[in-house]
Write a protein that binds this ligand. Structure first.
Ligand code: GLU
Length: 444
């Protein structure tokens, strides 16, 4: 166990000086070195900047509520399979829990806890009135039939139904979940509660109370924050070389917007392969290829690279838009880009952050860079409550305004405190979270 990670701050109510308690419960400690450990290190970096609010900081190191559920379903072959599901509400001081649900074979409780905490920070960073939550099922959904996927989604929704709701905790899409899955979740919750509750999830189909612009929102936010940061470091978008890991809802949309602005998308990696073209890939054709085949593998008119070579690609902007812990101390020194935009949640470890900072690579952290998705989720939730729906131009304009203002504030804090953009985002967000925590007080 690393002492710097496990020792709470001196004024922590359960710190070593506290005769009543001990350090964090074992399942919350950083020794697992997974995403939750990375998150705890990020929190430790912000505590010195919190002033008097630091006395509440341990709130950030403990999820409010953790639910582990068994999800049994009938498989098509007549057998019964059990899946492990989670829903974690990290913090609800600023409003209901909010965050996606991911279906992936490697999902763990530690991962979902970290993702829920990053949602608390992200929601506070863009100042939408939510706490943070996240859910997941440990499953490879590609191995399920459509019927099995529906049964699993519905049973999972029923199981977490005791803690979700339009005013309690609002799930949304994440890795391997989509509009159809949100429709099943909304329907299951509504059937169980006896009335149609569109606001219980976001990222629904537009015909079912979803919002225009939601599907593209995360990628659009990545592009918006990337453009704002680029201006500040004299990086043009036109003609700059972009490399993207993950070409789905986030990476694909961001790639399209960067290409439309004149950037050259030179490399793309997904779980079907790694492709490269020095003069820039034909992004519209690549999007069609991915829609038809499911991955970038097999795309004509591109060189194929070995998976690990992706990190050496000559580029100006790197966008990790897949899973967490991709950029580590083992590969951070190889990255050629001047700017890294985190489309994924948690793609860069704290050790890699330090290496990138020492090499002057500007990192735009997940907790602001990919906040466009949840920002339009908020718009969707508001529209559902009022049953009044906005046009796409209005949604995009509001999204861009929120992202630009939030980023400008974070940039200023980074300059004032002489810290990374990640720590600056944590300063802005954690102050907001802990201020409401203090205002609300302890009860019961
Ligand atoms: N899964 C997305 C994220 O990580 C969106 C969550 C939401 O819209 O609630 O930010």
């Amino acid at each position: 166990m690393s002492p710097s990670l496990s020792s709470p701050s001196a004024d922590s109510p359960t710190g070593p000086d506290n005769p009543y308690g001990h350090s964090l419960p074992s399942y919350l400690q950083a020794e697992n070195l997974g995403p939750w450990g990375n998150y705890l290190q990020q929190v430790d970096r912000v505590i010195p900047h919190l002033g008097n609010l630091a006395r509440w900081a341990e709130t950030l190191k403990r999820p409010k509520r953790v639910l582990i559920v068994d999800v049994p379903i009938h498989m098509d072959d007549g057998s019964i399979a059990h899946f492990e599901g989670y829903r974690v509400q990290h913090n609800v001081s600023r409003g209901p829990g909010k965050g996606g649900v991911r279906f992936h074979q490697d999902v763990t409780l530690s991962e979902v806890m970290a993702l829920s905490a990053w949602m608390s920070v992200k929601n506070a960073a863009v100042n939408v009135p939510y706490g943070g939550a996240k859910g997941g099922i440990r499953v490879d959904p590609k191995k399920l039939s459509l019927g099995e996927l529906e049964r699993m989604t519905r049973r999972y929704t029923s199981e977490i139904g005791i803690i979700i709701g339009p005013n309690k905790d609002i799930p949304a899409p994440d890795v391997n979940t989509n509009e159809q899955i949100m429709a099943w979740m909304m329907d299951t919750y509504s059937m169980n509660t006896g009335s149609t509750a569109t606001g219980v999830v976001t990222g629904k189909p537009v015909d079912l109370g979803g919002s225009l612009g939601r599907r593209e929102a995360t990628g659009r936010g990545v592009f918006t924050v990337g453009t704002e940061a680029a201006h500040r470091i004299n990086l043009k978008i036109f003609g700059e070389r972009v490399a993207i890991q993950g070409f789905g809802n986030v990476g694909g949309v961001a790639g399209k917007l960067f290409a439309e602005a004149g950037a050259l998308v030179v490399a793309v990696q997904d779980n079907g392969g790694t492709i490269y073209r020095e003069a820039g890939l034909d992004v519209p054709a690549l999007l069609k290829h991915v829609a038809a085949t499911g991955s970038v593998g097999g795309f004509a008119s591109a060189e194929v690279l070995a998976t690990d070579k992706f990190w050496d690609v000559p580029c100006d902007i790197l966008i990790p838009a897949a899973l967490e812990q991709q950029i580590t101390a083992a590969n951070a020194h190889r990255i050629q880009a001047r700017m890294l935009i985190e489309g994924a949640n948690g793609p860069t470890t704290p050790a890699a952050d330090d290496i990138l900072q020492s090499r002057n690579v500007l990192v735009l952290p997940d907790v602001i860079a990919n906040a466009g998705g949840v920002t339009v989720s908020y718009f969707e939730w508001v529209q559902d409550f009022s049953s009044f729906f906005w046009d796409e131009d209005e949604i995009n304009a509001r999204l861009v305004k929120i992202m630009k203002n939030a980023f400008a504030g974070i940039w200023q804090v980074a300059e004032e405190h002489n810290v990374s953009l990640r720590t600056a985002t944590f300063i802005v967000a954690c102050k907001r979270i802990l201020h409401t925590r203090e205002l609300r007080g302890l009860y019961p």
